[in-house]
Design a protein around this ligand. Structure first.
Ligand code: ADP
Ligand code: MG
Length: 250
């Protein structure tokens, strides 16, 4: 048996880089959506991505999550060398599997299945993962409660307010315990009070569970809930601001 050697260079979970992009370039026809993006995202960090419409925010999110493969550059995912994968080097099937097991997604509109109740919507990813219905419903109910929706479990999306529907979508994205939550303007369709409510719950749950969050937003108030803000402009990350010294507690 080999002897394990403790070193002081092993990063603690909350400071380890989890997602790392280098030289990302994405072109759609003649449009250069990303023109060389370098970005490191730490485990447990909540990052707000801001920038004008058409600047490349959604494309960046898609490239980081392996939804699209960049024309150039790399995306590394993993907090230790042994578990790190180059997402861009994976084939379509492996990327789809990684998205299912490790990532959660929330979008601005139309994510809930309209014919299903809130609890059925939230249990979908668990059922797809092979969980028994009874267990899936129990877990879905827990997550709805966590997002303040215990009373709405049996309601359909049309019976929910916009803010409630977004919280159901967040519960569905988090129910599988993803390591990274990608949210593309999740509060974009909400009034400011509902948006704030959603951000409070989202960031509380993320910090409790140590989930890393990347959230695209146009709204400075929504961004103020993040640990760090980055600005995308003309396909480049032009700035990063630390908004708060407190990252998820250890
Ligand atoms: P943002 O999310 O910041 O509004 P996007 O990442 O969606 O910006 O888009 C960046 C640029 O790439 C825009 O000029 C957009 O029109 C273009 N683009 C994005 N997706 C596609 C696509 N699938 N096909 C063609 N052009 C696209
Ligand atoms: Mg977008």
């Amino acid at each position: 048996m080999s002897t394990a050697i403790a070193t002081t260079t092993v990063p603690t979970p909350h400071t380890a880089v989890l997602l790392s992009a280098r030289g990302l370039r994405v072109t759609f026809g003649h449009t250069e959506a990303l023109r060389g993006v370098d970005l490191d995202i730490n485990t447990g960090e909540v990052i707000a991505v801001m920038g004008p419409s058409g600047s490349g925010k959604s494309t960046l999110l898609h490239a980081l999550a392996g939804v699209i493969v960049p024309d150039a550059g790399t995306v590394s995912y993993g907090s230790t060398p042994a578990e790190t994968v180059e997402i861009c080097a994976l084939d379509e099937t492996a990327r789809a599997r990684l998205r299912l097991t490790d990532f959660g997604f929330v979008f601005q509109f139309g994510q809930l299945l309209p014919d299903l109740s809130a609890i059925d919507n939230v249990s979908i990813p668990l059922l797809l993962g092979g969980m028994r219905r009874k267990d899936a419903l129990r877990q879905a109910r827990t997550w709805l409660g966590r997002l303040g929706l215990a009373e709405q479990a049996n309601q359909r999306p049309t019976e929910l307010s916009g803010g409630q529907a977004q919280r159901v979508a967040i519960a569905r994205a988090l129910v599988t315990g993803p390591r990274v939550l990608f949210a593309d303007e999740p509060t974009g369709s909400l009034d400011s009070l509902a948006a704030e409510n959603v951000m409070v719950l989202l960031t509380d749950v993320a910090r409790e569970t140590g989930t890393t969050v990347l959230i695209i937003t146009h709204d400075a108030r929504t961004a103020s809930y993040a640990d760090r803000e980055i600005i995308v402009r003309d396909g480049r990350v032009t700035a990063g601001f630390a908004l708060s010294a407190s990252v998820a507690g250890s």
